[in-house]
Design a protein around this ligand. Structure first.
Ligand SMILES: NC(=O)N[C@@H](CC(=O)O)C(=O)O
Length: 428
């Protein structure tokens, strides 16, 4: 295996409180030494003017395989991941069939080991067939490597099922990741319910549809001692409830997506289905609350909710098009432009939400550049400017809300397990 020397970069590793100019040597797939004496046979990566981070982790990705390979595959989704700077991702179980049996978990893990460009961790279903009726075989799913549980795409609606999910997952110290949505409140909605939906005459999804279930789940986590992870937080009410729960010591963590901290419901004026996702883009006060939650630590994680949908599905009227947008390849520049450069988060705070925090929530040995750790490393050029051209994205689906945007910052070299998996400017 090639020895790699990353030279001259600013190394920021929140897991060790590290922010320093250090050369890093990679050997046998591991972080081998800091500031080593070069032997001369290393492949040198010039990281001057760049940030060197532990490989980024996205704990909310839809890879669509098995069942929806027209939208994405494990191969294309993980290729998009490394192109976006991610070395590990956790994939969601709303596939066809859903990932609710040990055989399906093993299928995804084996396929990812064969076709994947990065590490893939599996989030398995909370309920059998994702129907929300009967608990999946949590213990068996953990035994084959499931790292968390979720029925994402749908909420765990039945509170009794949710309570038992917390109790079972607690035995294995796994989080229940809920897509919080009260279906009776969102029915037929296509966008955030507010002034803009009123003006456009589009059916709305009220903020309470999310916040009410977040409050319920916090109460159930508190009652059981279970671990709640709130997926794609988008409302002020959710952020406030999570902040209060954390202050009381409830075991709750949360994520926000780049599109939710960057865009508002004003985008829907274009009637473009690339702005249709669940939860919907909210109004300014909710975006501000999400930013404040990120700033004060209420929100632990930035995750993309990368939700690819093929063109023929998305190119329909707003009410018929599926919910979801791709996000793996635009997340890092949006973090840099919206959070770091305006001073909402420091580099170290932002990278923590993309590395060690999701690693701890998922209980995976990743997100660190400690000596001896797996050599998953992302080299970032914080200033490189580029334009989002959907057809250039590596994801099989091109449903980005950021088409034509001029972005700043990008991963330039991405190393997974000591192997260079992506280099900006080089074709796959
Ligand atoms: N986030 C989305 O808009 N879509 C997700 C599922 C979901 O969470 O609704 C998808 O799988 O397409």
């Amino acid at each position: 295996m090639e020895r790699i020397l990353i030279r001259g970069g600013r190394v920021i590793d929140p897991s060790q409180g590290l922010d320093d100019n250090i050369d890093i040597l990679i050997e046998d797939g591991k972080i081998a030494a800091y500031n080593p004496t070069a032997r001369g046979d290393e492949r040198v990566i010039d990281a001057r003017g760049k940030i060197v981070s532990p490989g980024l982790i996205d704990m909310h990705v839809h890879l669509r395989e098995p069942g929806h390979e027209d939208d994405e595959t494990i191969a294309t989704g993980t290729r998009a991941a490394v192109a976006g700077g991610f070395t590990s991702i956790a994939c969601c179980p709303n596939t066809d069939p859903p990932i609710d049996t040990p055989a399906t978990v093993e299928f995804v893990r084996q396929k990812a080991a064969r076709d994947g460009h990065c590490n893939v961790y599996v989030i398995a279903c909370v309920s059998k067939d994702r129907k929300g009726e009967e608990l999946a075989e949590i213990g068996q799913l953990v035994a084959v490597g499931a790292v968390a549980f979720s029925d994402d795409g749908a909420p765990v609606y039945d509170p009794e099922l949710m309570r038992r999910a917390f109790e079972y997952c607690l035995m294995f110290d796994k989080p229940v990741c809920n897509h919080c949505e009260i279906p009776e409140l969102t029915r037929n909605g296509v966008m955030h319910e507010g002034l803009v939906s009123l003006i456009l005459g589009l059916p709305g999804i009220p903020a309470a549809a999310e916040s009410v279930m977040v409050a319920r789940d916090i109460a159930l986590a508190e009652a059981t001692g279970g671990r709640l992870h709130v997926m794609h937080v988008s409302t002020l009410g959710s952020v406030e409830a999570i902040r209060r729960a954390k202050a009381r010591g409830v075991r709750v963590t949360a994520e926000v997506t780049p599109h939710h901290f960057t865009l508002t419901d004003e985008s829907l004026r274009a009637f473009d289905s690339n702005f249709k996702m669940n939860p919907p883009l909210r109004s300014e006060e909710h975006v501000k609350a999400c930013l404040e939650g990120l700033r004060d630590g209420t929100i632990d994680v930035i995750a993309t909710d990368h939700a690819p949908h093929a063109k023929e599905k998305k190119m329909q009227e707003l009410d018929r098009a599926p919910f979801g947008v791709v996000g793996l390849e635009t997340a890092l520049p949006l973090v840099i432009m919206r959070l770091i450069k305006p001073g909402i988060l420091s580099w170290s705070e932002a990278l923590a939400k993309l590395t060690i925090n999701p690693a701890r929530i998922l209980g995976i040995p990743k997100g660190t550049l400690q000596i001896g750790a797996d050599a998953d490393v992302t080299v970032i050029d914080p200033d490189v400017r580029w334009m989002v051209e959907p057809e250039q994205l590596h994801s099989k689906s091109k449903n980005t809300p950021f088409a034509g945007w001029a972005l700043e910052g990008r991963a330039t070299v991405v190393i997974v397990g000591g192997v260079i998996k992506y280099q900006l400017g080089e074709q796959a």
